[in-house]
Design a protein around this ligand. Structure first.
Ligand code: G4P
Length: 548
């Protein structure tokens, strides 16, 4: 097991930086950019707020987001619409902690697993997974972990709600290991639970942190710390429990994995913390772990070459687009992850797909309390670019060099609807609306080779409701969505252009072009998909599409 000293030696270099590092490299090295992921109701919103409280970004819980603003059921959509401003600001939060700049990205909290979530996870360097310890690993947790695994994103785990009756802690670790296929290294260990929750024991520091039901005010966040599991003070406090606890700790030390930074960075092992978000308990330990262990921004693949965060020249890519405060004006905010260099207010940056310079004067950043005009940003930071629809998900920006960052995926939709409109005179508005919503990534739009009705594809059913609502309010179009006989979509490609042409002709009733102009095969059922793949062995069927 690691001594506290070794524990410290593991940390990434934080400032003050050695002279060898340039200012840009130093700024990049002190960035930590992570997403917070969980099954709904595990406590993501609560924990987010407590992280901000501990960092000092806010003084009192409840000031950043309304309790429920991070999640919404279908019926809440209208309300969310009103609160767009809040949700834009609160989906990315930046704060300082221990001389580091932390960027925290929220993932959509609703039941429908949307593509947005996948793409947010492409923009982070680590993820914080929150598990409701009474429930264990849930459906959404599994899906999210699988996405993190695509990019071997390091995961920190928080077992939440120990102020309640929860499941056996060893059993929970076992479940994480077996179901999520990731080794667990407990860093803290809970002492009791529910009414007899006493605190946590820090396995690396040999300290017991005593639990006290939390306040929502920043300067009341200190809990009593007792050094050493053999400290007699513990026997005084919990005379009946200590013998049992010491045995349990011995058992845990013997049976569980030790923390291993390399395995963590490779996404193979997760440090596990226990606590209660609502009581602020266990939260500081997570923040420390993120700062000490989560990686700073790493080099990114930009097709022509790898781009290093410490390069002097600015570059970045857009991973998410969100309609802005005033839907009537249809302005949107493109969320860009900075990949290298320094972004400075007013600088010119090149929009590489359109091969056009844009002046970035009103670019915003996302300080915890508010949106504010950004003066400068570095690799790992997220900046928001207001625009009227010329920026798409996956677009890359630079100071001129032709870079195209890869790995920002569109996924084969699982749900399909065909679109009709009540008033045929509005067909132009419909097409314009769907084109823009398609670019925004709100839904995928397919134009069949044969047939007039557009087809919408989504990953979660809520996406359709959002699109219907936005078509009406923003484009004045009343659209009707009908179920249609499509099982799934596959983007197709083939080295032999003539063969692809033959494929298109032979399957004219099943092919379509998506919003980015890519050819897709829409399979009516699984059998058909298999048969078609067998019949056209040279055609490649892709489950994901990256930026065209
Ligand atoms: P989410 O964003 O992951 O969906 O979860 P959220 O933070 O909204 O928390 C879901 C519920 O769990 C909330 O209760 C919240 O108060 C509760 N919760 C979060 N952390 C803890 C904890 O450490 N201990 C306990 N006991 N509960 C916790 P709710 O009933 O949905 O809302 P409310 O009635 O408390 O407002």
């Amino acid at each position: 097991r690691l001594s506290p000293l070794q524990f410290k030696a593991f940390s990434f270099p934080g400032p003050p930086m050695s002279d060898a590092l340039t200012a840009v490299a130093g700024e990049a090295a002190r960035r930590r950019t992570f997403a917070i992921i969980s099954h709904p109701d595990a406590g993501k919103t609560t924990l987010t707020e407590k992280l901000l409280l501990f960092s000092g970004a806010i003084q009192m819980a409840g000031t950043v987001k309304g309790k429920k603003s991070g999640k919404f059921a279908t019926s809440d959509w209208m309300e969310i619409e009103k609160q767009r401003g809040i949700s834009v600001a609160s989906s990315v939060m930046q704060f300082d902690y221990r001389e580091h700049v932390v960027n925290l990205l929220d993932t959509p909290g609703h039941q429908d697993f949307s593509e947005d979530t996948y793409r947010v996870l492409t923009a982070v360097d680590a993820a914080l997974m929150v598990i409701d310890a009474a429930k264990g690993v849930e459906a959404q947790t599994i899906k999210l972990l699988n996405v993190c695994r695509l990019r071997t994103t390091p995961i920190v785990t928080f077992m939440n709600k120990y102020d309640r009756e929860v499941r056996d802690s060893l059993e929970l670790l076992d479940e994480v290991e077996n179901v999520l296929n990731i080794r667990c290294a407990p860093i803290t260990w809970p002492i009791g639970m529910g009414k007899t929750f006493r605190g946590v024991y820090h396995l690396m520091n040999d300290q017991v942190m005593l639990f006290e039901a939390g306040q929502d005010i920043a300067d009341q966040l200190v809990s009593e710390v007792i050094q050493g599991i053999d400290n007699p003070r513990l026997d005084e406090l919990f005379p009946l429990e200590m013998a049992q606890l010491r045995m349990e700790i011995e058992l845990v030390k013997g049976a569980s994995n030790e923390f291993d930074l390399e395995a963590f960075l490779a996404g193979e092992l997760t440090p596990v913390f226990f606590g209660s978000a609502i009581n602020n308990f266990g939260v500081r330990e997570i923040l420390n772990a993120l700062v000490d262990w989560a990686p700073p921004p790493s080099p990114r693949d930009a097709s022509v070459r790898m781009v290093d965060p410490s390069e002097e020249k600015f570059s970045g890519f857009v991973f998410k687009i969100q309609a802005n405060m005033d839907p009537k004006h249809r302005d949107r905010i493109a969320f860009m992850r900075v990949c290298s260099g320094r972004f400075e207010r007013g600088m010119k940056m090149k929009h590489l797909r359109l091969n056009r310079d844009i002046a970035a004067s009103s670019v915003v950043t996302f300080m915890a309390h508010d949106r504010e005009i950004v003066e400068e940003a570095f690799a790992g930071d997220i900046i928001g670019i207001p625009n009227h629809g010329n920026i798409q998900i996956g677009d890359s920006f630079s100071e001129g060099e032709a870079l195209q960052f890869t790995g920002i995926p569109f996924f084969a939709p699982e749900l399909f609807r065909s679109v009709r409109i009540r008033n045929p005179l509005k067909i132009k508005q419909l097409h314009k609306g769907l084109q823009q919503l398609g670019e925004e990534g709100a839904v995928q739009v397919f134009k069949p080779a044969n047939g007039a009705d557009l087809i919408l594809g989504a990953v979660g059913v809520l996406q359709f409701e959002v699109v219907a609502h936005r078509l009406q309010t923003e484009y004045g179009v009343e659209a009707v969505f009908d179920p249609c006989q499509i099982y799934t979509a596959r983007w197709v490609s083939c080295d032999d252009a003539r063969m692809l042409n033959d494929f298109e002709k032979a399957l004219v009733n099943n092919v379509a072009i998506d919003a980015a102009g890519s050819l897709a095969y829409l399979a009516p059922n699984r059998v058909n998909l298999d048969l078609t793949q067998e019949r056209w062995p040279k055609v490649v069927f892709h489950e994901t599409r990256e930026h065209a």
